[in-house]
Ligand binder design. Sequence first.
Ligand SMILES: *[C@@H]1O[C@H](CO)[C@@H](O)[C@H](O)[C@H]1NC(C)=O
Ligand SMILES: *[C@@H]1O[C@H](CO)[C@@H](O)[C@H](O)[C@H]1NC(C)=O
Ligand SMILES: *[C@@H]1O[C@H](CO)[C@@H](O)[C@H](O)[C@H]1NC(C)=O
Ligand SMILES: *[C@@H]1O[C@H](CO)[C@@H](O)[C@H](O)[C@H]1NC(C)=O
Ligand SMILES: *[C@@H]1O[C@H](CO)[C@@H](O)[C@H](O)[C@H]1NC(C)=O
Ligand SMILES: *[C@@H]1O[C@H](CO)[C@@H](O)[C@H](O)[C@H]1NC(C)=O
Ligand SMILES: *[C@@H]1O[C@H](CO)[C@@H](O)[C@H](O)[C@H]1NC(C)=O
Length: 399
Amino acid sequence: MIVQQRVVFVLLGLWSSVFKVNGNKSKVKGGQGQFPTTQNVTVVEGGTANMTCRVEYNDNTSLQWSNPAQQTLFFGDKKALRDNRIELIRASWQELTISVSDVTLGDEGLYTCSLFTMPIKITKAYLTVLGVPERPEIIGFTKPAMEGDLITLTCTSAGSKPAATIRWFRNDKEVQGTKEVNATGKSFTVRSSLQFEVDRRDDGVAYTCSVEHQALDKPYLTTEVLQVHYAPHLEITHSLIIPQEGQYLKLECVSIGNPIPEPVLWSKDGGELPDVERMIVEGRELTITTLNKTDNGTYRCEASNHLGTSRAEYVLFVYDPNALGQVGPDHALVGGVVAVVVFITLCLTIVLGRYLARHKGTYLTHEAKGADDAPDADTAIINAEGNHVHAEEKKEYFI
Ligand SMILES: *[C@@H]1O[C@H](CO)[C@@H](O)[C@H](O)[C@H]1NC(C)=O
Ligand SMILES: *[C@@H]1O[C@H](CO)[C@@H](O)[C@H](O)[C@H]1NC(C)=O
Ligand SMILES: *[C@@H]1O[C@H](CO)[C@@H](O)[C@H](O)[C@H]1NC(C)=O
Ligand SMILES: *[C@@H]1O[C@H](CO)[C@@H](O)[C@H](O)[C@H]1NC(C)=O
Ligand SMILES: *[C@@H]1O[C@H](CO)[C@@H](O)[C@H](O)[C@H]1NC(C)=O
Ligand SMILES: *[C@@H]1O[C@H](CO)[C@@H](O)[C@H](O)[C@H]1NC(C)=O
Ligand SMILES: *[C@@H]1O[C@H](CO)[C@@H](O)[C@H](O)[C@H]1NC(C)=O
C-alpha cells in the first residue's frame, strides 16, 4: 500500500510540474514575449516568392511585411506599396503571407515581418534570388584552322548569380581552361579559355563548353567542332607481294589530308603511263590486268590540296615465274616460304605415310590376303581363306 501511495505521489508531482511548465509557456506566448516566425526564401530570377510570417498566439495585433528598402508592402490585408508583382495570399491574426512574382535580382535582400505589440517585435527573412546563366557562347575559332595554328577558344556566359561553374570537354574528356569571373551589376559573367596548337588529330574534334548552375536542371552546353586543314600525305598499297608475269596487280594511292587531296595523278618513270589496255586508272586506283616484264619501273602517284603536294612511289619488278628462286635478295623471302612449304609437306607426308601404312596394313590383312602368291585378284580371293598368318606378318612389316 505504501509503495502504491508513493507511486501516486510521484505521478501527481510529475503531472503538476508538466502543468506548471505548460502554464509558464502559454503565459509567455499569450503575453508580450512572442516573436513572429519567418523562413528564408530562395527563388530563381523570374519566379515567384511566397513570404510567410506567422505568430502562434495573437491578441488581435496586426502583422506587417516590409521590403529591404524598409517600405511597407502589406499591413495586415492592406496593400501599402503600389507594385503589381506583390500580392496578398493570406492575412489573419496568425499569418501574413504575400507573394512577389516576376522576381528580379534587385528584389534580393532582408525582408522584415513586424508584429505591432508594444514594443514592436520584428523577424527578418532573407530573399535570395538566383541569376540564371545565359547560354554559353564560344568564340575565337575561325573555320577552318591550319595545322600548327595557335588557337584560343573562349566560352562566356553572363547573368549568373552566384557565379556559374564553367568547364571544357574535348570530345567527352574534361580539359582544363583558364577561368575568369567578373561582376556585372548584381550578376556575374564567367569566362574560360583554352589555348592550344591545333594538329590533324584535332580535325573533327568537338570542344564543348558546359555551364553548370543551381538554377539549371541540367548544364547548358555549347559545342564547336574543329576543322583543321593539313597538307596531304600519300601512300601506295599493292595487292601483290611478288608480282609475276601474267598476274593482276592493283595499286591504290591512299591519301589523307584536309581538304581531301584530289585528283590523284599517276605516272611511270617520270613520264606518262604507257597507253596499254592492261593498265586502268580509276581515281586513286591503278590496275594492271596482266603483268608483263615490260611493266617494270617506278610508279608514282601525286595529289595536292591548297596546303601542299605529296607523292608516293612504288617500284615494280615483274618476276619471271620460271626464274623465281634464282634472282635477287628479294628471293630470300621466296626461298623462306618455299622452305617452310617443303618442310610442312614433308611433315605431312611422314604423318600421312604412317597413317596410310596402318590402313594399308589392315587393308592387306582383309583384302589382299594371299595376293602376293596369286597371279590375279580372283585367285587372291580364293587363296584368301586360311592365309591369316601370312597376312599378319605383312601388317607388322608395313607398320
Ligand atoms: C515560470 O513560472 C514560475 C512561477 O510559476 C517562475 O518562477 C518562472 O520564472 C517562470 N519561468 C519563465 C521562463 O517565465
Ligand atoms: C505561393 O502560394 C500560393 C498559394 O498558396 C501557391 O499556389 C504557390 O504555389 C506558392 N508558390 C511558391 C513558389 O511557393
Ligand atoms: C479579436 O478580434 C475578434 C474579431 O475579429 C474579436 O471578437 C475579439 O474580441 C478580439 N480580441 C481581442 C483580445 O481584442
Ligand atoms: C537567413 O539568411 C540570412 C542571410 O543569408 C542568414 O544569416 C540566416 O542565418 C538565415 N536564416 C535561416 C533560418 O536560414
Ligand atoms: C573582366 O574585367 C576585366 C577588366 O575590366 C576585363 O579585361 C575582362 O575582359 C573582364 N572579363 C570578363 C569575363 O568579363
Ligand atoms: C609481254 O609483252 C610483250 C611485248 O608487248 C609480249 O610479246 C609478251 O607476250 C608479253 N608477255 C606476257 C606474259 O604477256
Ligand atoms: C626489269 O627490271 C629489272 C631490274 O630493274 C631489269 O634487270 C630488267 O632488265 C627489267 N626488264 C625490262 C624488260 O625492263
